[in-house]
Design a protein around this ligand. Structure first.
Ligand SMILES: Cc1ncc(COP(=O)(O)O)c(C=O)c1O
Length: 488
């Protein structure tokens, strides 16, 4: 619908276009079409200002793990907290909700060795807070020269300048160079595109060799931290091969490097466990988390540190030189505690574990479409990679990918009523991360819509291809005879 045709210039969509600066959004896309305005949630669906329903196939942005049906209960907890205590900082003093959350999460993460919690308001803040812990820990251990980090290609770890240093996405980094932290990037665990990706053992070995070589190149006594997601989101749900995380652990131990698992997305049930580190045999020194901690009801993130890392801070040898006024706010921590209760009471992670095989097998059926090159993921965290040629894995060029994701698929998903992420940060993928309370029927509907949308896209692509093949044939004939005009 064209914006001019709206009767009311003060409509929220018009105001959004003219007054909001949106995250990573090209506002010129909304010169003719209104900015989508979501006004209500209902179970696993959201409803826009025109009353249209969409399945929330991406949990907002990997946040709404409980969908949209627990707001009243969480709101009541928020009200109780605010009528008791509006605010107290975690700054030389604290308050019961922060303490109880720290106790609860360190108990949950005790099998991973986690002992102490620093609270933030999001993922990037947590990553940056983790880096400061790492640096101060090395200084306390007589290694101030450890100023470098290793992260992975395409990985997204946040956008504040520190967190951005670890983010392996050129488009995000470029305008802000030089970034403050020297980071080397190594391959992520994309088996589909790695030369050894077909053989799990060789793949693991090749990845770990690359990390090893990078440590040696950068100087083993210079590297402070290696950061990775247990299952990488950006690029599309890259599951680690067996032995990968134990291998990272061994390399970090060998060279005195701290290992950070960024679980901003993967914690709190996304792959059926409190922490994905458990599932992928990761034994990090530090875990960063956010989104699912409150299932999107409030901004809470955090940094969990193990006993070894906590020691100099806990013993008073080191004062942590970092702080955030709103980190561990009474309101948000009370909300997190309530959400953790709901996760347990509703057996939410059990739901993920029991429905994962169904979702996996339904998604694998999409491989019937010639555009579908790979279907990968775990739990309720999946990606469908689209390719031009399944035999060669040939991907789409930038213009084609834009057309496929932004013009084709985006329109079909909108019409068919599914919110998902059409991501071209790496090769084009459709990302699916439904609420963890989704039942079988909801998952089935999501995959049916994906199937219909990708079938439509394939038909359009085939038409374009046959037209351009014809054009190319005509061009060839024309240049051979040099007599006919070349069609536009
Ligand atoms: C793995 C990872 N780390 C960090 C972040 C940054 O989180 P935030 O946007 O809350 O700063 C994200 C955001 O999606 C993420 O996926």
């Amino acid at each position: 619908m064209a914006l001019e045709s709206r009767p009311d210039d003060s409509s929220e969509q018009m105001l959004a276009r003219n007054r909001l600066l949106l995250n990573f959004t090209d506002l010129s896309n909304f010169n003719d079409d209104p900015i989508p305005l979501i006004v209500r949630g209902d179970g696993c669906e959201v409803i826009d200002v025109a009353g249209r329903r969409y399945i929330d196939g991406i949990s907002g942005l990997f946040c709404s793990n409980l969908g949209h049906g627990f707001g009243a209960e969480v709101g009541a907890a928020a009200q109780r907290q605010l009528s008791e205590l509006v605010f107290a900082p975690n700054w030389s003093l604290t308050h019961p909700s922060a303490v109880r959350l720290a106790e609860r999460l360190t108990t949950i993460a005790a099998p991973l060795g986690m002992e102490r919690l620093f609270l933030t308001s999001g993922g990037g803040e947590s990553v940056e807070a983790a880096w400061k812990i790492v640096r101060q820990w090395h200084i306390a251990n007589g290694q101030p020269q450890r100023t470098k980090a290793i992260a992975r290609n395409l990985a997204y770890h946040g956008t504040s300048l520190g967190a951005l240093s670890f983010t392996g996405l050129d488009d995000c980094r470029e305008p802000f160079m030089p970034l403050p932290i020297p980071v080397s990037f190594v391959s992520n665990t994309n088996a589909y595109r790695h030369p050894q990706g077909d053989d799990e053992a060789r793949f693991t070995k090749a990845l770990l060799n690359e990390v090893h070589e990078t440590i040696l190149r950068e100087g083993p006594d210079q590297v402070a931290m290696l950061i990775a997601e247990p299952i990488q989101n950006s690029g599309g749900a890259f599951v680690p091969p067996r032995g990968y995380w134990p291998g990272l652990r061994a390399l970090c131990d060998r060279y005195g490097i701290l290992l950070v698992a960024d679980e901003t997305i993967s914690a709190f049930g996304r792959v059926g466990e409190w922490f994905a580190s458990t599932r992928f045999d990761a034994k990090p020194d530090i875990i960063t988390f956010a989104k699912g901690a409150t299932a999107g009801h409030a901004p809470v993130g955090g940094v969990l540190v193990n006993e070894r890392v906590a020691e100099p801070f806990g013993s008073g040898q080191v004062t942590y030189m970092h702080g955030l006024t709103f980190g561990g706010h009474p309101l948000t921590t009370a909300i997190a505690l309530t959400v953790l209760d709901i996760y347990e009471r509703e057996e939410v992670f059990e739901n993920v574990r029991s429905l994962e095989p169904f979702l996996d097998s339904r998604l694998q059926q999409l491989r019937g479409n010639p555009l579908v090159g790979d279907v990968r993921g775990a739990g309720f965290f999946w990606a469908v990679e689209l390719v031009k040629d399944r035999e060669t894995h040939e991907t789409f060029d930038d213009d084609e990918a834009q057309w496929l994701l932004k013009s084709e698929l985006s329109g079909h998903m909108d019409e068919l009523g599914l919110l998902c992420r059409l991501d071209d940060r790496g090769d084009p993928v459709i990302q699916i991360s439904p609420p963890l309370v989704s039942d079988e029927a909801t998952l089935d509907r999501i995959v049916s819509i994906l199937g219909e949308a990708t079938d439509r896209a394939h038909r359009s692509w085939s038409r374009i291809r046959s037209r351009s093949a014809k054009t190319a044939a005509v061009r060839k004939r024309a240049s051979a005879t040099k007599s006919q005009p070349i069609p536009a």
